[in-house]
Write a protein that binds this ligand. Structure first.
Ligand code: HSE
Length: 437
């Protein structure tokens, strides 16, 4: 049967992996897709390397626009990344009637509405399995496998770099800076790791997951984002003493008055399976009404794991290529005219349990003052730990775990606790999720 022709934009790590896996598993993939899938054009700035990798089996160009304008190309794989050129290329590919497969979570989280609308109008597919959690087929699972369910919440370790750093901090008692340096030395973290460590990459991914889970537009500007740069080895150790691990989670929840959408370091019970996901691995828990909790685990990055997701999309697009666009799976799981305008809640309205760490003068009545303030805000204490001052010091460290409360209540309590003359410095506040399935 006539092959489907693919244009590959970017033959770096993931592009190279895509070429390799598609070539190695060509026979099996063809049996699944029903026709051969062949990369016939590759655009990359490094044309010599692209030539060497492809061995003359594809047309090589240094100009990606040349590929999106090529009338023989049916599907464009965008692996360039970023928001600017990638956006122009994707929009032009769509305008030229080509289907798009992309791993670009940043582009879709920020410009997804425009891109999906253009694709819908043109009757082409934009597939993005590789954009969230690399090789884990989480988009397919949420969009199709769980389609019977009303999804209640999703919580995921969706950034491998930060999970590696947190694992190293816990295992070896390293500081954040030392663990980051290790991650960079081993090639896990980029030279500029800002998007990873500040939680932005995870925020891009949870934005996409929230959209397909709840049938809402992609709204990256509404995500509350906190990274891991301020975490201390002490907090990781104290959490451990209380039976918790700290993970950078992307969380989205359905609430009565809106959706929660947030990324931040989170204490989770050490006994949960997801708490034991270590190193660069990713995992996502989805809690839904019919199926209950389901857990998806695997590699969130890397050449072949991400290629696995890219090629799954290529096969999907190949199968549905000739189908009436009305009969394809909608980009965001729900029909485009059925998206909900239920709002994303501001962080002040989010409900969570909390971990508080503070240093106080070690004298009578100090704890009573603190618990009074919490009681005034209707905040119930779940557990408490007091670390006596080291020899010769007068200040004790107190760690308090609260039951679930609203963020604005804890903010008000923290402001009053910090104003006490017995409190030294600021109160460290982390959110805690039990993740009961
Ligand atoms: N930088 C990401 C991570 C992988 O560390 O998980 C690509 O999204």
């Amino acid at each position: 049967m006539k092959p489907i022709n693919v244009g590959l934009l970017g033959i770096g790590t993931v592009g190279g992996g895509t070429w390799t896996v598609l070539t190695r598993n060509q026979e099996e993939i063809t049996r699944r897709a029903g026709r051969p899938i062949q990369i016939t054009a590759v655009a990359d700035r490094d044309t010599a390397r692209a030539q060497q990798l492809t061995g003359g089996a594809a047309r090589i160009t240094g100009d990606a626009f040349d590929v999106v304008r090529d009338p023989d190309i049916d599907i464009v794989i965008e692996l360039i990344g970023g928001y600017t050129v990638a956006r122009e290329l994707v929009m032009e590919a769509i305008a030229n009637g080509k289907h798009v497969v992309t791993a670009n979570k940043a582009l879709l989280a920020v410009h997804g509405q425009e891109i999906f609308a253009a694709a819908q109008a043109k009757g082409v597919m934009v597939a993005f399995e590789a954009a969230v959690a690399g090789g884990i087929p989480i988009i397919k699972a949420v969009r199709e496998g769980l389609t019977a369910n009303r999804i209640d919440w999703i919580a995921g370790i969706i950034n491998g770099t930060t999970n590696y750093i947190l694992s190293e901090m816990r295992d070896k008692g390293l500081t954040f800076a030392d663990a980051l340096a290790d991650a960079q030395r081993l090639g896990y973290a980029e030279a500029d790791p800002t998007f990873d460590i500040e939680g932005v990459d995870a925020a891009h991914k949870i934005t996409l997951l929230a959209a397909i889970a709840f049938g809402i537009p992609v709204q990256f500007d509404r995500v509350h984002i906190e990274g891991i740069t301020k975490l201390t080895a002490d907090d990781i150790r104290y959490a451990e003493e209380l039976g918790y691990r700290i993970k950078l989670l992307g969380i989205t929840k359905r609430k009565a008055d809106g959706f929660e959408l947030r990324v931040h370091p989170t204490l989770i019970p050490a006994k949960r399976l997801i708490a034991n996901v270590e190193g660069v691995m990713n995992a996502v828990v989805v809690n839904a009404d019919a199926v209950g909790a389901t857990l998806y685990y695997g590699r969130g990055a890397g050449a072949e794991p991400t290629a696995s997701a890219v090629i799954a999309d290529l096969v999907d697009v190949t199968r549905l290529h000739t189908a009436d666009p009305e009969h394809r799976v909608p980009h965001l799981a729900f029909r485009a005219d059925q998206l909900s305008d239920t709002p994303i809640l501001p962080i002040s309205e989010v409900e969570s349990a909390y971990y508080l760490r503070l240093r106080v003068e070690d004298r009578p009545g100090v704890l009573a003052d603190i618990t009074r303030i919490l009681a005034d805000q209707s905040i119930s204490i779940d557990a408490m730990l007091q670390k006596e001052p080291p020899e010769g010091e007068q200040q004790a460290t107190i760690i308090i775990l609260t039951h679930i409360t609203r963020e604005k209540q804890i903010d008000a309590a923290i402001a009053r606790i910090e104003a006490l003359s017995s409190t030294v410095g600021i109160v460290t506040r982390l959110r805690l999720e039990e993740l009961n399935g």
